[in-house]
Design a protein around this ligand. Structure first.
Ligand SMILES: Nc1ncnc2c1ncn2[C@@H]1O[C@H](COP(=O)(O)OP(=O)(O)O)[C@@H](O)[C@H]1O
Ligand SMILES: [Mg+2]
Length: 607
């Protein structure tokens, strides 16, 4: 979706072009995620500079330690016992530096953590807001699993980076830098020894990065597969058990679990070579520095105190490398996560709000589809050219085979999608010009899913009109025939749905969504297979409820069940996105077309 529009199919001759394009794309992606990062950090600019001051002060204080030790050995100790002032001064300075280092590093960590946490919260909010803002088109193409991983594992990767390391790694890098500089000033020759130790360390770090990157990617892939397999099996449990698939799924799960274990072991193997390797290089460098320094002490060209300081510096220098190397992986996955999250945040809703919304005059509910043509994205044309007028107050039944385009019409009339060309009008106003709160109040769609949110039955009915009174809620439930079963629930209207005792059947859920629609009282109501789960014994009740629901408003009902269709004023038969029959149920039956055939089959099934 976000790929460049002019992207051609790659051929061999195009290959260079392709790579250049990919490189340009990945550069754009990196720019996008850096821009997001900058945008998130900008409000914290002052706190960030405060954190920088704190960490610099702390590092300077830490690095002064070995230098003070060298002063103590070379200058203060020889002055003893005649003059204890130098030693006292060095001791006090050492203590002050230690206190300063501790206090400032503590403050730095608190400040940095506060920044990290508020950046994470802001990002979490933005991802949530964005997923609600994006149109249905996005949600139907971007799988919910992917959105879930943006909100969970991607933000988790960023949290791990920010909570568990970044703050420490920044101070480690500074310590290394200050140590190297301090050492070189103190004794340039030992600085050279340090740099020579850095060469093998550099190669080891590169080796580690290369291998661990592959291993970590493998680990993430297998862990994702493990989750997918588990979720798929659990959600499809009925099918798994009905078709006796337990042993196959178990075998698959075992295989993935073993691969995941192996990937984890590989990571431990790599870490297990990296850490001791670094330790060895660090200690070897200390040995070389000791040998070279010891020789110079013997020849009198180096003071003993300086040698001690040199050794302390060299030892300290190598300690953080391991942490930084390990951190590299957290950094990589956080960078990848940030790229994905920034991609989600860059998406724009395909259904856009009108800049200058037009007011709906007293809504009556006359619906017009004016030469509507529609295709999903670049897919095949679903509705070639639909021209249709539904007078206010009419109940229209839309029938046709699966895939004919019925739900697509429902989504266009309710503006979950915009027509590719042509117009959809409500009372003569193009729905693209109606502000979405006004449109959503007047045009409501009820689907098969009839989703219930956690909360009470009453709250669920009042979803479309949260200010409704208890009387209004009960009246709505009565009108659609839901009152009786609700009063039989353990706590009546206060029963918590989706909890023990509050479990309602699919049919009852649909009745609740009828009550919800009745209470919302829209001018135009679209029911997309919203009666499919209602059982036959309840049918008469449902028919009555449905009739109450549909009275005094324009309605489009999409239903398989012909008893539902019979209450319609008008039937439209859809085939391949075109209306092939249009008339009252009786007319169509007597005309003897597709609807008559469906009707005949239904009549036969009743006897
Ligand atoms: N979100 C979508 N993206 C791409 N194609 C879709 C989408 N929804 C439906 N289609 C396609 O559009 C056609 C009409 O679908 P639909 O309107 O759902 O049919 P009906 O409700 O009549 O069964 C089908 O060929 C279907 O595959
Ligand atoms: Mg459908």
């Amino acid at each position: 979706m976000s790929a460049p529009a002019d992207r051609r199919r790659p051929t061999d001759a195009d290959h260079d072009d392709e790579t250049r394009l990919d490189r340009a794309t990945s550069r754009a992606v990196r720019r996008r995620s850096l821009a997001l990062l900058g945008n998130l950090l900008r409000p914290h600019a002052r706190t960030l500079s405060w954190a920088a001051v704190l960490v610099t002060a702390s590092t300077a204080a830490q690095v002064s330690g070995p230098w003070l030790v060298s002063l103590a050995i070379d200058d203060a100790l020889p002055a003893l016992p005649d003059d204890i002032a130098p030693l006292a001064a060095v001791g006090v300075a050492y203590l002050a530096a230690a206190v300063l280092a501790g206090v400032t590093i503590g403050a730095y960590r608190r400040v940095a953590a506060r920044i990290a946490q508020s950046v994470l919260l802001e990002l979490r909010r933005r991802v949530f807001r964005q997923t609600q803002r994006l149109s249905l088109e996005f949600h139907e193409s971007y799988t919910s699993g992917r959105i879930i991983s943006r909100q969970t594992s991607d933000l988790e990767a960023l949290r791990e980076l920010l909570d568990g390391g970044l703050v420490g790694v920044i101070s480690s890098i500074l310590v290394m830098l200050f140590t190297a500089v301090g050492l070189t000033i103190l004794d340039p020759l030992s600085g050279l020894v340090l740099v020579s130790g850095l060469v093998p360390a550099w190669f080891l770090v590169r080796w580690f990065q290369k291998h661990s990157q592959v291993a970590y990617r493998e680990q993430r892939t297998w862990s994702a597969r493990l989750i997918v397999k588990f979720v798929e099996t659990m959600t499809g449990m009925r099918a798994v058990q009905a078709f006796n698939r337990e042993s196959t799924t178990e075998r698959d799960f075992d295989r993935i679990g073993e691969a995941y274990r192996d990937a984890n072991l590989r990571i431990f193997g790599i870490n297990g070579r990296f850490a001791p390797g670094l330790l060895l290089i660090g200690n070897m460098t200390v040995v070389v520095a000791l040998a070279a320094g010891g020789w110079r002490v013997l020849t009198g060209s180096l003071a003993v105190g300086v040698l001690v300081a040199v050794l302390l510096y060299v030892k300290r220098f190598f300690a953080p490398i391991q942490q930084i190397g390990m951190f590299y992986n957290a950094f990589q996955s956080a960078a990848a996560a940030l790229e994905k999250v920034s991609g989600l945040l860059a998406e724009e809703p395909t259904v856009v709000e009108p800049v200058e919304p037009v007011d709906l005059p007293v809504p009556r509910g006359r619906l017009q589809l004016d030469h509507v043509r529609f295709a999903y994205g670049d897919g095949p044309v679903v509705l070639p050219d639909l021209d249709l007028t539904i007078p206010a107050g009419q109940t229209v039944a839309l029938v046709g085979t699966t895939g004919a385009g019925k739900s697509t019409i429902a989504k266009l009339v309710t503006r979950f999608y915009d027509a590719t060309s042509g117009r959809v009008l409500v009372d003569g106003v193009n729905i693209r010009d109606i502000a979405s709160p006004v449109l959503r109040r007047n045009v409501v769609m009820v689907t098969q899913e009839a989703y219930l949110f956690s909360g009470s039955v009453a709250e669920n009915i009042a979803l479309g009109r949260p200010d409704a009174t208890r009387e209004e809620i009960e009246a709505a439930a009565r009108a659609v025939g839901a009152h009786e079963f609700v009063t039989n629930l353990p706590d009546g209207y206060d029963t918590e749905v989706n909890k023990r005792g509050g479990r309602v059947s699919a049919g009852q859920r649909q009745l609740l969504s009828f009550a919800r629609a009745f209470l919302a009282d829209p001018t135009v109501l679209v029911l997309d297979e919203a009666t499919s789960s209602l059982d036959l014994p309840g049918e008469r009740l449902v028919q009555r409820g449905l009739q109450t629901l549909l009275a005094d408003r324009t309605a489009i009902i999409i239903a398989h069940r012909l008893s539902t269709v019979e209450i319609a004023d008008r039937v439209l038969v859809l085939a391949h996105g075109a209306i092939v029959e249009d008339g009252s149920p009786d007319e169509l039956v007597s005309r003897g077309g597709r609807f008559a055939a469906m009707h005949g089959a239904w009549q036969d099934s009743l006897v």
